[in-house]
Ligand binder design. Structure first.
Ligand code: ATP
Length: 290
């Protein structure tokens, strides 16, 4: 009884959108997975997850992109909950409310971020020890789930599951732009042509100018194949590159979302306003790296 009184009734967690500030392909494993060298960061914008105690596990999805994700056991958020429950002793339940604000199949790691947020929320709701290591469970849900669970800027290696967190990182204003074309990650990887690159040495990420200078020598190796599948990716990149104050324009993950980094938040807001006016079919969000 006393334990019930202390039990939280509702736990909320953010599921920040992930951006790949650069993404190089450095090889391929025998099982077909690509080996990556990259830098991921998270934004102040993202989905929202709320969990409440219940007898069973269930999910309800709302928000602007709710219609594009399943509200059943195939939702990665519910899969994460089932996997966590099965790992624990008590077989507890919970109701998950997912507010889907991030576009789907968009290169922003939406499903992985939701799964990671559910793991964080349920370990709090179910009062699991804070130091319980969930890395293997997260990796079993998807290669990008461990980085979303860590939720901090990091250099990535392996298939994206080996992380070297960045000690400090600038909170740069960022504009996210999606042309409204979903892109499946496997299709983009399959369409990709080209050689492997050597992995880059570590570089400092603590100030905006240093970071932007280091990123100038990098790229996203999936951009060309994404542009073949979704030519509007090229248009988005052109518009971001031409926006006053944009210091770096690039595609995130396997697309089709692209981002622009703007040292001045006012420039980012003005570019967002202009793009929304001129391209009403595009999804545009002005936010910050966190
Ligand atoms: P990544 O950047 O990790 O490659 P993505 O952002 O391109 O991923 P998601 O938004 O995660 O892609 O969607 C990929 C697929 O996963 C979609 O087909 C979608 O239907 C499915 N899916 C299952 N659960 C979710 C979820 N909670 N959120 C988004 N997509 C989900």
């Amino acid at each position: 009884m006393a334990a019930d009184v202390r039990r939280p009734r509702t736990v909320r967690e953010a599921a920040p959108a992930k951006v790949n500030l650069f993404l190089h392909l450095v090889g391929r494993r025998p099982d077909g997975y690509h080996l990556l060298d990259g830098l991921v960061a998270f934004t102040a914008f993202g989905d929202r997850v709320e969990v409440t105690p219940a007898d069973d596990l269930s999910i309800a999805v709302d928000g602007p992109f709710a219609a594009q994700v399943p509200a059943d056991g195939s939702n990665l958020a519910l899969k994460a909950a089932v996997a966590l429950r099965d790992l624990g002793p008590s077989g507890e339940g919970a109701h998950i409310r997912l507010e889907k604000r991030v576009p789907v199949a968009a290169g922003l790691g939406g499903g992985s971020g939701d799964a990671a947020a559910v793991l964080r929320a349920l370990t709090r709701l179910w009062r699991w020890p804070r130091d319980h290591d969930l890395h293997d469970l997260a990796a079993s849900l998807g290669a990008d789930v461990p980085m979303c669970l860590a939720g901090m800027p990091a250099r990535i290696a392996g298939i994206g599951d080996r992380l070297s967190p960045c000690a400090s990182f600038p909170s740069l204003p960022i504009l996210l732009v999606n042309p409204g074309v979903p892109l499946g990650t496997p299709e983009v990887f399959r369409a990709r042509k080209g050689d492997w690159r050597p992995a880059l040495p570590a570089f400092a990420t603590d100030d905006a100018d240093g970071l932007l200078a280091a990123l100038a020598d990098t790229r996203n190796d999936l951009t060309d194949s994404a542009r073949v599948l979704a030519p509007s990716v090229g248009t988005v990149l052109e518009r971001l590159t031409a926006a006053p104050g944009c210091r770096l324009a690039r595609m995130s993950g396997s697309g089709a979302t692209c981002f622009g980094l703007f040292p001045d938040a006012g420039d980012a807001t003005r570019a967002a306003r202009r793009l929304r006016r001129e391209q009403p079919g595009w999804w545009v969000a002005a936010t910050r790296l966190r």
